[in-house]
Design a protein around this ligand. Structure first.
Ligand code: HEC
Length: 176
C-alpha cells in the first residue's frame, strides 16, 4: 500500500477502534451504592465495632439451635458430625487438645461474626441479626461464660470476656 492510501486507512482505524473496544468492555468503574456495600460490610471487630442493632437471649437461641444446628453440632452443641461448640479440655493438657470456643477463642464478638457470616453451613447469611445474637447468647451460656438470662446486643456482647482472652502472645506488639 502506498503511503498516500495508507494514511486515511490508519486514521479511520484509529477513529473507530476506541468505540469498538468500549462496546465489548466489562463497563468497569461503575460507582457502587451504599446499599451494595452494606451487604458486604459485616466484619465485627474485637471491640464490637460494626455490631448491628438487635438482641437475643439464650432461651431464644436454644429454639433456633434445635431447628438449624443440632444436625451437625449435636444436641446442646456437644458435637456430632461437626465441631463441638461447648466445653473442651484445657489446651495445656496435651498438644493434640482440640481448640474450642471455650478454651481457645479470644473474643466473644468473633462468635457473632462467625455465625452470621458462615452458619448454618448449607445456608449462610440466612439468619436475622436477632437470631445471631440469640445463638451467640445460647452458645456462651452453654459454656457458662454468661448467665442464662443475659441479653446479648451491641453493648453487652463486647463486654463478655472469653476464658482465653489473655492466652495469646502477640509476637510483634508494636506492629498492631
Ligand atoms: C450442615 C452442617 C452444619 C450446620 C447445619 C451448622 N454447622 Fe456450624 N459448622 C459446620 C462445620 C463443617 C464447621 C467447621 C467449619 C470450618 O472449620 O471451616 C462449623 C463450625 C461452626 C462454629 C465454629 C466452631 C469452632 O470451634 O471453630 C460455630 C460457632 C458454628 N459452626 C455454629 C453453628 C450454628 C449456630 C449453627 C446453626 C445456625 C450451625 N453452626 C449449623 C457445619 C454445620
Amino acid at each position: 500500500m502506498s503511503m498516500r492510501k495508507f494514511l486515511p486507512v490508519l486514521a479511520l482505524a484509529l477513529a473507530i477502534s476506541p468505540a469498538a473496544v468500549f462496546a465489548d468492555s466489562p463497563r468497569l468503574g461503575q460507582p457502587i451504592s451504599e446499599a451494595d456495600v452494606k451487604a458486604w460490610d459485616i466484619s465485627v471487630l474485637p471491640d464490637g465495632s460494626n455490631l448491628p442493632a438487635g438482641s437475643g437471649t439464650s432461651a431464644m437461641g436454644a429454639r433456633i439451635f434445635a431447628e438449624k444446628c443440632t444436625a451437625c453440632h449435636g444436641e446442646g452443641g456437644k458435637g456430632g458430625k461437626n465441631n463441638e461448640l461447648v466445653g473442651g479440655e484445657p489446651l495445656s493438657s496435651r498438644i493434640e487438645a482440640t481448640k474450642t470456643i471455650a478454651n481457645f477463642w479470644q473474643y466473644s464478638t468473633t462468635l457473632f461474626d462467625y455465625i452470621r457470616r458462615a452458619m448454618p453451613w448449607p445456608n449462610p447469611r440466612t439468619l436475622s441479626d436477632d437470631e445471631v445474637y440469640a445463638l451467640t447468647a445460647y452458645i456462651l451460656a452453654l459454656n457458662k461464660i454468661i448467665d442464662e438470662k443475659a441479653v446479648m446486643n451491641a453493648q453487652t456482647l463486647p463486654k463478655v470476656r472469653m476464658p482465653n482472652r489473655d492466652g495469646f502472645i502477640i509476637r510483634f506488639p508494636d506492629k498492631i
